[in-house]
Design a protein around this ligand. Structure first.
Ligand code: FAD
Length: 379
């Protein structure tokens, strides 16, 4: 019976909230320490693939509404707006897009319903391997299990000495949500997401619902005109003239930021684990960073089911990592690989994308995580 066990979690993002809810639903007493004054998701929109949708169902998080956009394809277009790949998804693989705010709200509501104690304005500055989290003023909280779900700059990861490297990419994105409807993508753009390439710039168009479109504008760190905040609209319109009507609607943008790639020695030390970006941050090219954070979080709770002695926790964590890590790192690897395509000249990229995406094996590798059955979600 695990009712006596206590877990403390650094970070109330997608990974932390999923782990907290899944543990609380299995009888654990759980407290989240979040450094922001309120739970808040940085960013604009987010893609949730089939695997993520299964996890939300399993923990009872209501995020998807009839209003949420379900795209049936991710179409790739070249600099001349010609289609490079139609990018249809197999019918068994759903992809839904929502605002990050809505995803966080659904996860928070599920956590609160499960009885998770959420403490805000609580910054964790370190951790130990005995299930302990450290705060300013030499204050320490101890539990049977501690989890670092504290994102790319994880203090828990670093203080446990788990970090192998944390690299930032040369490519990065500006993001925003504009008013708009799926019709704004044109008569040939319905029911899909569209990613356009022009030089080393990318323009990703993601309807979220009948009122909002999420835009991600991607470029290299050396492209000073493209990175500018406020947005240099003329420069982006010159690269993507077909989408002038959307670029004109941009207002407040989240400033350009690179992506993080994190590699670690291990996902745990003693009775302290790390999950999500803290353990396997990756560029967003597969749209699976958040999915993998939720996947490893739910799996963690499942792997601890039935323990009767906290001395068994380190062994259970080792089994959890052995089972879950390969898929998270597969996504990381393929996401990095896809990022390399952005540095190719247009004509070469067109060839690479068209040929690669026509290959069933490559397509299967891109969709491996989406097609997986996450631990704890049943067959
Ligand atoms: C441009 C971009 C687009 C993306 N698009 C997608 C997508 O479409 N689909 C997808 O699945 N993923 C996507 N991702 C990845 C996804 O955002 C992350 O993988 C996901 O947010 C990781 O969740 P997390 O809970 O591990 O970390 P985070 O979401 O970063 O949450 C960490 C939490 O910990 C808190 N925290 C940090 N430090 C401390 C501390 N010291 N003490 C206490 N609290 C702390 C933070 O305030 C935050 O609330 C994208 C990423 C980027 C950069």
């Amino acid at each position: 019976m695990s009712g006596k066990f206590k877990a403390i979690i650094a970070g109330g993002g997608f990974g932390g909230l999923t782990a907290a809810t899944a543990l609380a639903q299995r009888g654990w007493s759980v407290t989240i320490y979040e450094r922001q004054p309120e739970l808040r998701a940085a960013g604009a929109g987010i893609y949730i693939w089939e695997n993520g949708l299964r996890i939300l169902d399993a923990i009872g998080a209501n995020v998807v509404t009839p209003d949420s956009f379900r795209g049936l394809a991710m179409e790739q277009r070249g600099y001349d707006d010609g289609v490079l790949d139609v990018g249809d998804f197999p019918p068994s693989v759903r992809l839904i897009t929502v605002t990050r705010k809505d995803l966080l709200a659904g996860l928070r509501a599920a956590a609160q319903k499960a009885g998770v104690d959420i403490r805000t304005s609580s910054e964790v500055i370190g951790a130990g391997a005995d299930g302990d989290l450290h705060f300013t003023g030499a204050h320490i909280e101890k539990a049977d299990l501690a989890i670092g779900a504290d994102g790319v700059w994880s203090a828990v990861r670093r203080s446990l000495g788990l970090e192998l490297f944390h690299q930032q990419t040369d490519e990065g994105a500006l993001r925003t949500i504009i008013p708009g409807t799926p019709e704004d993508l044109g008569p040939d753009g319905q029911d899909k997401y569209i990613e356009c390439w022009s030089g080393k710039r990318r323009f990703l168009i993601t309807p979220l619902n009948d009122r909002e479109i999420y835009l991600a504008l991607t470029c290299q760190k050396t492209d000073l005109a493209a990175k500018k905040s406020p947005l240099d609209k003329e420069s982006w319109k010159a690269s993507f003239p077909r989408w002038t009507h959307l670029i004109d609607r941009t207002d407040q943008m989240l400033p350009w930021a690179p992506y993080s790639i994190v590699k670690v020695r291990s996902w745990s030390a003693g009775r302290t684990a790390i999950i999500g970006d803290a353990a396997h941050a990756q560029p967003p090219n597969l749209g699976q960073g958040g999915g993998m954070a939720m996947q490893s979080a739910l799996a963690l709770a499942v792997h601890l089911e039935g323990i009767t002695d906290r001395r068994d926790i380190p062994d259970r964590l080792a089994i959890w990592e052995e089972k879950e890590r390969p898929l998270a790192e597969h996504c990381q690897r393929w996401s990095c690989l896809y990022g390399e395509v952005s540095t190719l000249p247009d004509s070469m990229r067109a060839k690479v994308l068209t040929n690669a995406m026509a290959d069933n094996w490559i397509r299967g590798e891109f969709l491996r995580a989406a097609r997986s059955i996450p631990t704890g979600t049943g067959a």
